[in-house]
Each structure stands twice: as structure tokens, then as C-alpha cells.
Design a binder for this molecule. Structure first.
Ligand code: ADE
Ligand code: ZN
Length: 324
């Protein structure tokens, strides 16, 4: 089955570029940029990837990204992920970036976006992987800060297609960002939103009704609300599920406790993604493998999941034809 998964053409729709920093690259960049990481070695850094919840992960995720500073660093980080994606037969990827975690360190918006997009172009021409970029607001910060970030990003608007909402979910509902997402939509961007990862089903409803999100990132807690499941199934709203992430962040105790198979059986448009792969122990193929083993998924199930990933992508039918 692992070979079958490996050769399936896939799209990855839930991936934070900051969360692709492998410890080896972190140490190389720390040395280059003269920054001291709070770990003595790559092994020690990897051993710290032991989380009790989303916040315990985010604390390390934001601290580690301090080593990425120049346009070249953003390029190298992004290209390393895209090479890995290409090796797993990922044909298309929609990548999140968190500009506020960089502008807060006085790194200009252009440094971040230009570095990332240089790598996306290179991957398209040299690896045949197509990509789109999605800017994410940090929801633990204010709506005013999100609005300012949007304004800073508008000069680069041709380099990203959508806007999402990530970071600490509990206590920061989508409704906090209604005004900024109204402006996001007025500017013509696609809208996605992390909701129902740690937060309640109500946050998923808010993301749909108040932000007009077209895709829900995670969304696993929808299963606690039968009316919401019915709605998500009827409207075929894509859910970008990240199984290894959910287990490593203790949303589910073990992979056998994950509800992804129930979600598929309920007729939801489920996709499989890696979120922050080195932190959670696997890229996209390892996520497919983990759920295949836990639930005995058939080849047909796996093909359906891979097909869903293209259905849910922000690509035209013509673009999709070229990829598969
Ligand atoms: N940022 C990076 N990974 C995230 C996740 N799983 N949830 C919320 N914000 C994130
Ligand atoms: Zn995420």
C-alpha cells in the first residue's frame, strides 16, 4: 500500500511554510545568521517535538522561525519543501505563510513574499510542481493588526491568491475578524480558515457564515454537530484534515481515535495534508499511510482522497487537467 500511496498524484492544501523547517536547515541558518537556538544539536531539537496541545507547538514554531531572515533563506526553506513534495508525487500545493511572524522581527513583507515566490517559480519549471500562496493572519493578534498586514501585502497581491486564519484557536473565534475578511473578499482573494481543530463546531459555522470561508482547515470537531456535518456534506465544503498533526497535538489520543474515516463515510469532502511536517513526523505520504493502516483504507478510498485534493484546490478545470 505504501507504494500505491507514493505513486498517487496528490495536491497538498494545508501546509505552513514556516512549519517545514527541518532541524538541519534550522542549524545551518542559525550559524549563517549568527543566532543561537535553544538546542545543542539537531537530535536535541527533534527530541523537543513533543507537544501537549496546539499552543505548546506554536511556542516552539514561532521561536524556531527566528533563524529564517533573508530573501534567500525564505527561498531555501520553500524550495526544500517543494523538493520533498515532488519526491512524494505532490503535483500541486497551496502554501500558507504567516507574515506577522516575520514583520514582527522587522523583516519586510517583500523579503518574505519574494523569497517564497522565487522558489515556487523554480519548482514549477524544474520540478513540475505547481503552487499557490495563501497569506494567513495570526488570530491571537488583533483584527487591526490583520488589517495592517493586509495593507502591507497589497503591493504584492499578484503573488498570493487567498487569505486564511491560523495560530491559537481557542478564545479567538472567526467572528473576531469579520471586518478584515470583508475587505479581503472585496479585494478579490479566496478565503480559508482554520476552524474546529481545537475550537468548537460553532467556530466552523462562524468561518462559513461570517468570514465566508470556502475551505475549512482541519474542521475535525464538526463531528460533534450533526446539523453541521449535514451542511458540510450537502455543500461539499472541503476540509483540509491533517491526521498526524491532530494526534501529535493531542486532538485525538491515537490515530485509531481519529474521526477521518467517519468523516469520509458521512460524505464530507475530506483531504489529507501534513500541516507542519517535521514537527509532526511526516509529510503527506506518511499521513496517508498512517490513516490507511489505522482504518484499513482500500485503494478506492485512497484514490478518492487524492481526487478530493484536486477537487478542493483553487485551480481551474484546465489547470487540473494538466496536473493529473
Ligand atoms: N500554524 C501552524 N500550524 C498550525 C495549526 N495546526 N493550527 C493553527 N495554527 C497553525
Ligand atoms: Zn494548519
Amino acid at each position: 500500500m505504501d507504494d500505491f500511496i507514493a505513486q498517487l498524484p496528490k495536491a497538498e492544501l494545508h501546509l505552513h511554510i514556516e512549519g517545514t523547517l527541518e532541524p538541519e536547515l534550522a542549524f545551518a541558518l542559525a550559524e549563517k545568521n549568527k543566532i543561537t537556538l535553544p538546542f545543542k544539536s539537531v537530535d536535541e531539537m527533534r527530541a523537543a517535538y513533543n507537544f501537549s496541545d496546539l499552543q505548546s507547538f506554536l511556542d516552539l514554531y514561532y521561536a524556531s522561525i527566528s533563524v529564517v531572515q533573508t530573501e534567500e533563506d525564505f527561498h531555501d526553506l520553500t524550495l526544500a519543501y517543494l523538493k520533498k513534495a515532488a519526491s512524494q508525487n505532490v503535483r500541486h500545493t497551496e502554501i500558507f505563510f504567516d507574515p506577522q511572524s516575520h514583520t514582527a522581527r522587522n523583516i519586510p513583507m517583500g523579503t518574505v513574499i519574494n523569497g517564497i515566490t522565487a522558489a515556487l517559480r523554480e519548482a514549477q519549471s524544474e520540478l513540475g510542481v505547481s503552487s499557490k500562496l495563501i497569506l494567513s493572519f495570526l488570530r491571537h493578534l488583533s483584527e487591526a493588526a490583520a488589517m495592517e498586514t493586509l495593507q502591507q501585502a497589497l503591493p504584492f497581491r499578484d503573488q498570493f491568491i487567498g487569505i486564511g486564519l491560523d495560530s491559537s484557536e481557542l478564545g479567538h473565534p472567526p467572528s473576531k475578524f469579520v471586518n478584515v475578511f470583508e475587505e479581503v473578499r472585496r479585494q478579490g482573494f479566496r478565503v480559508v480558515c482554520h476552524a474546529g481543530e481545537e475550537g468548537p463546531p460553532e467556530y466552523i459555522n462562524e468561518a462559513l457564515d461570517q468570514l465566508h470561508a470556502e475551505r475549512i482547515d482541519h474542521g475535525v470537531r464538526c463531528m460533534e454537530d450533526a446539523a453541521l456535518v449535514k451542511r458540510l456534506a450537502e455543500e461539499q465544503i472541503p476540509l483540509t484534515v491533517c491526521p498526524l498533526s491532530n494526534v501529535r497535538l493531542c486532538v485525538f489520543k491515537t490515530m485509531s481515535d481519529h474521526t477521518i474515516k467517519q468523516m469520509m463515510d458521512a460524505g464530507l469532502l475530506v483531504t489529507v495534508n501534513s500541516d507542519d511536517p517535521p514537527y509532526f513526523g511526516g509529510y503527506v505520504n506518511e499521513n496517508y499511510q498512517a490513516i490507511q493502516e489505522a482504518f484499513g483504507l482500500t485503494r478506492e478510498d485512497l484514490v478518492q482522497l487524492a481526487r478530493n485534493s484536486f477537487t478542493a484546490a483553487f485551480l481551474s478545470d484546465e489547470e487540473k487537467q494538466k496536473l493529473i
